[in-house]
Design a protein around this ligand. Sequence first.
Ligand SMILES: [Zn+2]
Length: 86
Amino acid sequence: MRKLPDDEIRQRLQRAFLTSLPRELPTRPGAMDAGGGRGHPCTACGDTIGPHDPAPMEYRYPDQVVRFHGRCDALWHDERGKRIPR
Ligand SMILES: [Zn+2]
């Protein structure tokens, strides 16, 4: 499977912030889940998150579910804390 470089994933996250990707964590109890990958696509890189991928995360918002590989999750936390340069 092709692994995207960090920079590419960061660019995808920044583009997603402009459309649908939240910067804030969901506030509802139980909305964050560190469960194993169940074959859903990663919101950041688009690759499938499988049962053997380390530390995947799932965030359930009222209007969408966001899922990341462990690595992509770390990049999301990093990127969502940044302000878009203007
Ligand atoms: Zn990913």
